[in-house]
Design a protein around this ligand. Sequence first.
Ligand code: PLP
Length: 392
Amino acid sequence: MNVPLLDLHPQMTLFRDQILDAVTSVIDSTRYILGSEVSGFEEEVAAYCGTRFGVGVSSGTDALLVSLMALGIGPGDLVLTTPYTFFATMGSILRVGARPVFADIEPGTMNIDPGEVERILEADRAGQQRIRAMLPVHLFGQCADMGRLLQLADRYRIPVIEDAAQAIGAQFPLVEDTSVTWKRAGAMGTLGCFSFFPSKNLGGIGDGGMVVTSDAELDRILRSCRNHGAEPKYYHARIGGNFRLDPIQAVVLSIKLPHLEEWHRARRRNAGLYRELFSRAGLTDNPVVLPAEAYRDVKGADNANYHIYNQFVIRVPERDALRRFLQDNGIGCEIYYPLCLHQQACLEPLGYGSQSFPVAEQAARESLALPIFPELQQEQIAYVVDKISEFF
Ligand SMILES: *Cc1c(COP(=O)(O)O)cnc(C)c1O
């Protein structure tokens, strides 16, 4: 049996005619930059997330970049983030001339550890006070502990940029006045960043991204930053770049957005089936550690996207041997991520490599992502678990 890590054909086939019509109408209109398609999609995403504004940009990476630019972060500034994420999280910090400061992750969710964040912010306050923002990542589709992170951001008076590239629509149980409100990823911090890279839960037919916010002033600055810092046209009080979302991507994403909830449900159903089969095979906890679902027992979780499973990441010793075995048996799987950010060669001149973040480093040695896309068949999931069983 062949089980790809991700198969985009089912969605492409389902929307092919609609997409061709919508793209054709953009082509026929000859309006190829921004316009009503982009602003319409921005409003749809903002409404979905529960923010006042959405600003369409060219990628998730550029969403992070314009967010840092809009907050005026640059040389001499530090940004607190996780060492265990996709490179773009840190790349955007370095590109504005700032430096990352890493806080190790929690072993369960593999998201940034609020205890570490507090320790580092406290030390920064007692010292140079250079940390200008917090950039947590909602890894694999589950929110970082935003309750505690927002409290700390508030206490130390720094803005929070959520890297929600893998988590559009994921929800976190925020306690407000003693009652729990399930808030969407991206809508809790100062700014929230999404990616529409084809492998994300909401994927375009190319690159795309968005920043959401409820701050009108930041919305205005973001719009200017994505368009060379112009405000109005041809007047540049600041330096931005060309970071605009393409209307062709916007119309495709508008067609797909109404189906996003149903795809989240399908991904969660697949995750549930993995759990059941792994447990039946007697593999859970040892040797296979299943992804933690940190918020599944909180009030209201039954109706909430406490995990949207952009990736279903198990942890195993002998990860590399298992990966080869699965690939030899026609099963697609991937390592997210083989190196932590502080271990990347491009940081070598900056000397981060000598730092150590033991929890993140262990995650990088043990993590393996299995197929989880919405259209995955039950037999395929059963086959994956059978093969893992056979391996052990
Ligand atoms: C995908 C991703 C990005 C970057 O998004 P692009 O659209 O590919 O530029 C940033 N951060 C994380 C955590 C991601 O997974």
